[in-house]
Design a protein around this ligand. Structure first.
Ligand SMILES: Nc1ncnc2c1ncn2[C@@H]1O[C@H](COP(=O)(O)OP(=O)(O)OP(=O)(O)O)[C@@H](O)[C@H]1O
Ligand SMILES: [Mg+2]
Length: 453
């Protein structure tokens, strides 16, 4: 079984949340005060834990979760925690509302692609392979057609052995090149794909000793037992891809297997291609050759989306192959972008109606201190007692996010003063050099008439 390319959680901009390893819940789903990098925010974390359970049990289809709370209260952190809890087998795609407009693609196209990246397809494939331990390998060479002084491989004779039988095969130049490039030697267990000639080297055979086998005292290769059964066999391979991966391949009309060898540029995909892909996947599912794994699409700062994008999203949620949506926003009553309608969180009511809402609340001073300590450990910043207190104060007065962001500049300032320990004065200096949002707004107001419009 081989996992060619996994749809592991693709979470970008993770830097500030690298200390989050999960939701920090006990086996009964209760939030531990400090666990897995998570501090406080008990109710929101427990609610997120229930969402994870529902996703894993397949009971979340077509629903959406909405994380709401003031800036810096851990909405994005909780979404990262959910992704961690779901593990690498559930596709998790993260997108920020503003990203929808920063692309050359149409905004509905960006959203559509993001939705399809959040749906995994696990394909089971049977392929005919030659499998066995290499007991003999003889490479034939011939003169290079354009360079008479160079020898090139023209083919090979190879002997393969399993516990049941031994066979000699002759292979062509292409397979020979594969054998050479994979460094196949006598004593290796390999597969040769019957159709494509692709060679996979599984490792050294642990229970084969022949005269041509070189013994090493130290080896980096994996040890694998001698294969059982016949040399030629049907083997099951499992590839996990996303619907979007399939769309890209179908759009290029390439073979499905070209997708296991790297991607290509982003571009628009036609609706026909998507319909074709959906049809194909449904057929595979009906034939028992594939499973669909609904994943999560996380849209941070969802208030950045305008009415068109939001109605597209609401409509897309209803479709058969839709991922689970997780949205987050720190806005209260505000206008829906592209309209002059004021609505809670800048979202249309019909969308709001379908959301499971999770609230995040402001942190206490102690919780802020705890989070800053965890971040300091994560960023390997050595904070003096007073420096920590200075950051806690900034966290309380300004925002936790700002305090977290000042940590690294403070450490750099300390370093340029020849210290590894960060003192309160370094934090103070960093605070002067880097403005928080309130300061920058004030700054802009002061210079209103001098700034570019
Ligand atoms: N409960 C928590 N436990 C541990 N770390 C946290 C917690 N809440 C927030 N953090 C950390 O504090 C910083 C700010 O939090 P985060 O970015 O998640 O806030 P947010 O609610 O998404 O804010 P915004 O509305 O501005 O997007 C991040 O580095 C985050 O990882
Ligand atoms: Mg956020």
């Amino acid at each position: 079984m081989s996992h060619v390319r996994s749809v592991a959680a693709r979470f970008e901009r993770i830097g500030a949340h690298s200390h989050i390893r999960g939701l920090g819940l006990d086996e009964k789903g209760r939030a531990l005060p400090v666990a897995q990098g998570m501090v406080g925010q008990k109710e929101a974390r427990e609610a997120a834990g229930i969402v994870v359970k529902m996703i894993k049990e397949g009971k979340m289809a077509g629903r959406a979760v909405f994380l709401v709370g003031p800036p810096g209260t851990g909405k994005t952190a909780i979404a990262v925690g959910i992704a961690r809890e779901l593990g690498p087998d559930v596709p998790f795609m993260a997108l920020s509302g503003s990203e929808v407009y920063s692309s050359e693609l149409k905004k509905t196209e960006v959203l559509m692609q993001a939705m399809r990246k959040a749906i995994g397809v696990r394909i089971h494939e049977f392929r005919k392979v030659y499998e066995g331990v290499v007991t003999d390998l003889e490479i034939k060479t011939t003169r290079h057609p354009y360079n008479p002084y160079q020898q090139v491989p023209s083919g090979a004779r190879i002997a393969l052995k399993t516990k049941k039988e031994e066979r000699r095969l002759s292979v062509d130049a292409q397979v020979t090149m594969e054998l050479l490039s994979k460094g196949v030697q006598v004593g290796d267990v390999i597969w040769i794909d019957a159709e494509s000639g692709r060679v996979t080297r599984l490792g050294r055979c642990s229970d084969y000793r022949g005269e041509k086998v070189e013994g090493y005292d130290v080896e980096a290769s994996a040890k694998v037992p001698m294969p059982d059964g016949p040399i030629v066999k049907e083997k099951e391979f499992i590839h996990t891809v996303t619907l979007h991966d399939l769309d890209e391949v179908n759009e290029a009309r390439g073979s499905i297997f070209s997708l296991f060898f790297g991607g290509r540029e982003t571009k628009e995909i036609s609706p026909e291609t998507r319909q074709y892909g959906d049809k194909l996947v449904k057929e595979w599912v009906d034939e028992g050759r594939a499973e669909i794994i609904p994943g999560v699409l996380f849209i941070d700062d969802v208030h950045m989306l305008d009415i068109e994008a939001l109605s597209f999203l609401a409509r897309a949620m209803e479709s058969e192959l839709a991922p689970i949506l997780i949205l987050a926003s720190n806005r209260g009553m505000t206008t829906i972008r592209g309209t002059d309608v004021v609505s809670p969180h800048g979202l249309p009511l019909d969308l709001l109606d379908r959301l499971l809402i999770i609230k995040t609340t402001m942190y206490s001073e102690d919780e802020i201190r705890e989070i800053l300590k965890i971040r300091a450990r994560e960023e390997k910043v050595d904070l003096d007692e007073k420096a920590l207190e200075a950051l806690v104060k900034i966290g309380v007065e300004s925002s936790l996010r700002y305090a977290v962001q000042l940590m690294m500049p403070s450490a750099i300032i300390a370093k340029s003063n020849g210290r590894t320990k960060v003192l309160a004065e370094d934090v103070e200096k960093a605070r002067k050099l880097f403005a928080d949002v309130k300061q920058s707004v004030k700054h802009i107001q002061e210079y209103e008439d001098k700034l570019l419009k």
